[in-house]
Design a protein around this ligand. Structure first.
Ligand code: SF4
Length: 213
């Protein structure tokens, strides 16, 4: 449990100045924040997600300065992690980043629908990319024991409700980790509101962790 008074910038653990793949069709910079409410065994950023206190914090002012200097080359900023929606005072972080004047994309596991609802209040938050791990009954295994089937169905069900009113602002993804079959992918697809597609991503085994970029 994170200190509710913590400055969210104290959880900044990585900054990638240019990316062509984190926001398809956009040149983006990616900010990685430490901490996560799940423990997916297939996590690519396990160290910063699960042990943020053992990784060093990037300087907020310096990072915002780097973004400002590169602004003319960038189409947007991606907030990733870890799980950014669990950050204390998440809306403060959003407001700080909106001052950079760039569209934002938010990556989330969907377990904090209230934070996603808050993010949608800002028009500059263009895309919420939601990872669905698999069928509800597989969540205990896929989340490392941190999420049950009922919790997954409830939280992601709330996200689906949000997506019904603005589907253009959501991207639903499922990574085909080794435990998932074609039938499981079909099951995940069947959860989505009518007319909203599921992007299935190939699974790449994690590389050795890099704490900062
Ligand atoms: S939700 Fe994402 S960041 Fe968190 S443990 Fe799972 S894969 Fe890693």
């Amino acid at each position: 449990m994170q200190d509710p008074d913590l400055n969210p910038w104290q959880m900044l653990r990585g900054y990638q100045p240019f990316s062509l793949c984190d926001w398809p069709g956009m040149i983006s910079a990616v900010l990685f924040f430490g901490g996560c409410n799940l423990r997916c065994p297939t996590c690519h950023n396990a160290f910063l997600s699960w042990n943020p206190d053992q990784t060093s914090c990037l300087d907020c002012t310096e990072t915002l300065g780097r973004i400002a200097r590169n602004r003319k080359w960038l189409d947007g900023l991606v907030l990733s992690g870890g799980e950014v929606t669990i950050l204390p005072r998440f809306d403060v972080l959003l407001r700080d980043l909106l001052e950079a004047g760039l569209p934002l994309k938010l990556d989330t596991n969907g377990f904090r629908p209230e934070a996603v609802r808050k993010a949608l209040e800002y028009d500059q938050v263009r895309i919420i990319a939601v990872d669905i791990k698999g069928p509800w009954d597989m969540y205990p295994d896929l989340s490392g024991g941190y999420a049950g089937p009922g919790q997954a169905e409830k939280c992601l069900g709330e996200i689906f409700e949000l997506a019904r009113s603005c589907p253009e602002r959501f991207l639903f993804r499922c990574t085909r980790v080794p435990a998932l079959t074609d039938k499981d992918i079909q099951t995940v697809r069947s959860y989505l509101p009518k007319g909203i597609d599921l992007k299935v991503q190939a699974y790449m085994p994690p590389r050795i962790h890099q704490a900062t970029f």
